[in-house]
Design a protein around this ligand. Structure first.
Ligand code: NAD
Length: 378
């Protein structure tokens, strides 16, 4: 199913209710679809990998990674012994079609009957590209906080255009979360990846199709991630802090997989896609401003964010968290030019995503100006 801005395709089965089912008075009305996957969470849980391959009924696993994470892929392969079909360590950002084809060919050539992806969203995205055409089950071992492992969203890039969609075949069957695999994630990447996860949860709270279960997961995901990140930036090897972050990443990933997104993601996709700004860091800069804009339309959701962060203001709380984590504070810091603001605003108005607060071009221009300057939302 092709996807426009991930979840903005109208689902005729979706109810009109949103905001945790607070549609009419106190009566709740919502649809909740659980995404079935098995999750193994805990320190050294990677030790279960062979058992999990057997669990999905597979004999020959193709292990995927980026070139940088080949040593981790080799460790997985050696744990799997003769259940390893081979290693494909050529995952790259945004899943170029050429790498998807090469991985599919390798899987077929080796007679692989399952894909084991160890890495971040790029490697898991490659496994999804294989599963899309082969129905091979995926076992995901995430090593960042991006959350792709909990979604049925795929993306493949061809001729410079990333085609995204949702398909139940690409949802990983099993996910192994092992905090020991994340201590090597550099502090800057950890912080940006964690803020990216928080952005998924924040927009899931006020998504058009949100529901009470997603709201609980989102609030807890934000709380755990913020708590963990504050400690990770001072002590990257703190396994308890890493565990909190990975737990938060799991919950925020469920939110991303379960409901839609809104204006904030549209802005980030525009800035990333048309101005080449870094994906996760852009989320960290834009989120406080998108939240400040949406706050009047989503007061209950703002309360949840405040509770999760222990702050009085959701927008300022997110801004202060990103600052405390040492992340860039402005689009200017990320390399956007002041002259790009008009074009970015125009592009963000094209095929807009659903948003709790209606907006005009002038609103977007002002929001982006604030993000460009890096002003703290009041
Ligand atoms: P990534 O997978 O691109 O990884 C970035 C770099 O960090 C890579 O070089 C990788 O090898 C390295 N790395 C990963 N984990 C490491 C670790 N523990 N230690 C050291 N190095 C490590 O980064 P990402 O942010 O996880 O993924 C971004 C991609 O995922 C984007 O293309 C985004 O669109 C996609 N994404 C997809 C979904 C979805 O639901 N489909 C969700 C979130 C993100």
């Amino acid at each position: 199913m092709p996807l426009q801005g991930f979840a903005q395709v109208r689902d005729p089965t979706r109810l009109d209710a949103r905001g945790g089912g607070r549609a009419r008075g106190n009566m709740k009305s919502f649809i909740y679809t659980a995404q079935a996957s098995r999750v193994i969470f805990g320190l050294n849980s990677l030790e279960n990998i062979e058992h999990e391959v057997v669990q999905v009924g597979a004999q020959r696993a193709l292990v995927l990674s980026t070139p940088e994470q080949r040593p981790e892929a080799e460790k997985v392969a050696s744990r799997l012994g003769n259940r390893t079909a081979g290693i494909f360590a050529e995952a790259v950002m945004h899943v170029p079609i050429e790498s998807a084809r090469a991985a599919r060919d390798k899987a077929a050539q080796l007679g692989a009957d399952c894909a084991v992806a160890i890495g971040g969203g790029s490697t898991i995205g490659l496994a999804k590209a294989i599963a899309l055409e082969s129905t091979l089950p995926i076992i995901a071992i995430p090593t960042t906080y991006a959350g792709s492992e909990m979604t049925s969203i795929y993306g493949v890039t061809e001729d410079g255009i990333k085609r995204t969609g949702r398909d139940p075949r690409v949802l990983p069957r099993t996910v192994i979360y092992d905090p020991a695999l994340t201590t090597s994630l550099p502090v800057g990447l950890s912080a940006a990846s964690g803020m990216n996860a928080i952005a998924h949860a924040v927009e899931g709270l006020y998504a058009q199709d949100s529901n009470p279960v997603i709201s609980l997961l989102a609030e807890e995901g934000i709380r755990a991630m913020a708590l963990g990140l504050r400690r990770v930036v001072v002590a990257p090897n703190d396994l308890e802090a890493r565990s909190d972050c990975l737990y938060g990443a799991w919950l925020c990933g469920i939110v991303l997989g379960g409901v839609g997104i809104a204006l904030h993601h549209k802005l980030c996709h525009t800035l990333g896609g048309s101005f080449n700004l870094p994906h996760a860091a852009t989320h960290a800069v834009v989120l406080p401003h998108a939240v400040a804009f949406n706050a009047p339309a989503a007061p209950e959701e703002m309360q949840r964010i405040c509770r999760a962060l222990g702050t009085e203001s959701a927008a300022a709380g997110i801004f202060d968290l990103a600052k405390a984590l040492g992340l860039p504070q402005s689009l200017r810091d990320l390399g956007l030019g002041a002259h790009d603001l008009d074009r970015a605003s125009d592009l963000a108005m094209l095929s807009p995503y659903w948003n709790p607060r209606p907006f005009l071009l002038a609103d977007i221009r002002e929001l982006l100006r604030r993000a460009y300057e890096g002003d703290r939302p009041s």
